[in-house]
Design a protein around this ligand. Sequence first.
Ligand code: ADP
Ligand code: TZD
Ligand code: MG
Length: 583
Amino acid sequence: MTQAAAIELDAQAEVTDGFHLLIDALKLNDITTIYNVPGIPITDLGRYAQAQGMRVISFRHEQHAGYAASVAGFLTKKPGVCMTVSAPGFMNGLTALANATTNCWPMILISGSSEREIVDLAQGDYEEMDQLAMARPFCKAAYRLTYAEDIGIAVARAIRSAVSGRPGGVYLDIPGAMLGQTMEAAKGAQSLVKVIDPAPRSTPAPDAIARAIGVMKEAKRPLIVIGKGAAYDQSDDTVRELVEKSGYPFLPMSMAKGLLPDTHPQCASAARSLVLKESDVVIMLGARINWLLSHGKGKQWGEPGGKRFIQIDIDAEEMDSNVEIAAPLVGDVGSCARALIDAMDNEGIAPPKDWLDLVHSKAEANMEKMAARLQNNNNPMDYHAALGVLKQVITEQPDTILVNEGANTLDLARSIINVHKPRHRIDVGTWGVMGIGMGAAIAASIETGKRVLAVEGDSAFGFCGMEVETICRYKLPVCVVVFNNNGIYRGDGENWGGGGDPATTSFVPDARYDKMMEAFGGVGAWVTTPDELRRAVNEALESGKPTLVNAAIDPAAGKESGNIGNLNPQSVVAQKLYPQARK
Ligand code: ADP
Ligand code: TZD
Ligand code: MG
């Protein structure tokens, strides 16, 4: 429609446009927050969305807006929306979109794009790029809008694609010109679609349930592994019922911690190696058998074929991904768990006492050993002493959402800090990506209104540190604790060539990350002892003020790559070439 025609139409009837149809379509589907970085052609879209009552959180970099959107998706079961400009902004958001897809979190990346006819002839438009084609390999579905009248159905498709089946990332391409297209307001309203039952529940057939019960009846050393798919499903009471009715020990994957409290008597986290190695029947509950579980093979998981798996997953194709699944149960965690619970009656399902005693005594012994290490007063402060403090803080304030990334900072915090409530731990996820921390902290705070404690390695923090300005700008109750060991894994690396450059894994020693928070009006603290750390974090959580606690950690305390040093490729000649490699 030409401008003149639009004005004429406006005179006769109320008119709407692509900007407002998009906002209305999101709002109609209860999407009320956009994580965004402004610029051509979506600057006004953000302004109008804010004017129309949406929450628009503007970041300093699209990757973090994207991570925030994906974490919002994980926490709420609704797609988190990230909005970016074309080419470079789009690509900055793409990492987060791929990460969302990898983690099975629903997210929609909406990016402005330049004009089709110029892009398709490669005539060099402003921020020209064929974004639709670029996005496809990184998400579940990618759509482009050409006409404003299609916005309703496109948003509906995007939402359904993101949340149905296995959740994941969806890309929605909005050429700038489309936003300005006009439509009669009444017709526009009619064109919008509210998605009905976006992620339908589904129950496996009775014979599949019977097969699973048959496997459970033969179990001598059973185990339930709970994954972040179960945390996402929000069937918290049903999961607890399955665990407690079966009496099986359970092992939470990192982001499923708190679905049942880590202090639950059946929690086998402190006997992790034992239960993974010795169990004979394992129920996988919204958890993939991937690298995080040694692909279900190898020493840690006992002899291949020695274990039988019951797997509950929304995605049928996940079955047999790494090992044979004896009893696949395809459906949502809540429905499948419910069907199992109902079928367990009178089947005599109970784990043998000697197995429970074994798991229990191993866990007790390991916890005792750990407790002693957490009490230490070493100078400089080590990971264990610092994490002992944070463990206590979370125990006293279990409503606090814990965000965690790094290598040693991640691996040690994961095993030391107990989580007491569902979806109260957000971390690096399936990829082990660094830099998710500030986006996750912001989303957790925005979506839940709760206090957030982000425990960050100094390297991890560096990937997203500029977003402390966003935290200050929106006055979010986020306390960031940087575990400052002067580097990646350790801060005492040397240049193996003996030259003047620092080691590849070293940072400026004793860097004052706390001043970054102060630069934007937040509170900064530099602490070197467990007592100082406790005081600073408690003050931050009490006040709710954006705070960065820069905690000095012994540069020599960490291990290369934390718990996964074994994944580093080995050079056969390094031992001969570098004396340091022999250490
Ligand atoms: P973790 O890293 O915690 O082990 P993964 O991300 O590897 O967990 O696995 C999560 C699994 O949960 C995925 O295979 C995904 O398909 C599945 N999933 C996601 N949502 C649901 C749901 N609502 N019901 C059942 N399975 C789900
Ligand atoms: N880049 C990205 C995006 N993700 C990654 N995982 C890495 C690089 C590699 N990497 C890790 O796997 S952990 C880590 C990097 C750079 C940082 C570890 O150092 P840290 O933690 O300071 O965060 P610790 O406590 O010093 O071990
Ligand atoms: Mg470090």
